[in-house]
Design a protein around this ligand. Sequence first.
Ligand code: PLP
Length: 381
Amino acid sequence: MINDVSQILDVSKIREGFPILQEKIQLSSCSQSALHVDVKASINRYVQSWEEQGMNWEGWMKACENARLEFAKMINADVSEVAIVSSVSHAVSTVATSFINQKKNKVFVTDFDFPTVGHIWLSHRDHYNVQFINKNESNFTNLEDYEQVVDEETLLVSTSHVSFYDGYKQDLKKVANIVHERGSYLFVDAYQSLGQCEIDVKATDIDMLAAGLQKYALGIPGIAFLYVKKEIAETLTPKITGWFGQSNPFAFDIKNVDYAEHAKRFDSGTFPMINGFAAEAALKILNQWDSKGIEQYLQELSRLTISVAEERGLTVKSPKDVTKKGSNTAIYVVNAPEVEGKLRGEGIIVSARNDVIRIAPHFYNTEEDIRKAIAALAKYM
Ligand SMILES: Cc1ncc(COP(=O)(O)O)c(C=O)c1O
């Protein structure tokens, strides 16, 4: 039994917003969370306004601006510190083009980052000395691993808040302290943490942070946000830019680049509007709840997942200490993609990655969901 969390979250009420849960067990929030009725209605509002009004630029832009505001609220940033981008890859790319020609050029990427991060920095090897911080023998990365390699020559360290593979979660404040002591910048990929735990860019003193909506943030791909700390945004000149990154997009001045103030300079083309409608609704739902409460509930579900999996003799590849992991519990399965398909056939949606099945609950999942999913998984092992 998990500890009583009814004081923190009303899970039955939350479940009412997700019709799919009446039919299926969705435990795939590390890949795609369930569709909430408000998100569907918001997407439909875009379609309806297009169909009925032909065009509503003002309303469509407003939805995207509202989404930007909700994201800022969620990470405790000022809205002027948030840019709208189309993916986390876009965010990393625009950051990578912004530091060209600085005095220092050493960039560290942790090797548990999502591969897109490595691909992007390596594609800029003509400008940066890109190195990886490798996992230690525990299979995770500790503060000492940063301490050993990050030095005064380091321009920037890129890492993930929560690992996409095994859910390993870092203490960002402590990582930021080490990175800042060396005079370097910290970039955080928070795609796997947004929506499932507290993110406070001020308390943790992060310089840049990117996240999309598709994982725990109840949205769809095609939109992402980039936080850039107020104090540094205007020292940077992104080379991935466009008319919306200019101080006045409607000046239509083709012969000058005049970057917008603050993080808005990282905006580029027309906003991904339908995705913005989904994002606005999704983030509003999450912002109604206390992120620490969601985090605490998911820790309880993690504890349960680990113990039920171990009782059945399954191999857990995630940290066993639930304070060092996000919601995702990775279970070793040789033929993981095949097993993912078999579970889908039973109405249980989980996500495979290489050699693991990821059991990734959200605030709408229950103890029963976990028990049923692990029992079904054990059958195929
Ligand atoms: C942690 C993390 N970062 C980045 C990505 C890729 O993001 P995008 O496709 O928006 O570039 C993923 C996708 O799963 C991810 O889990």
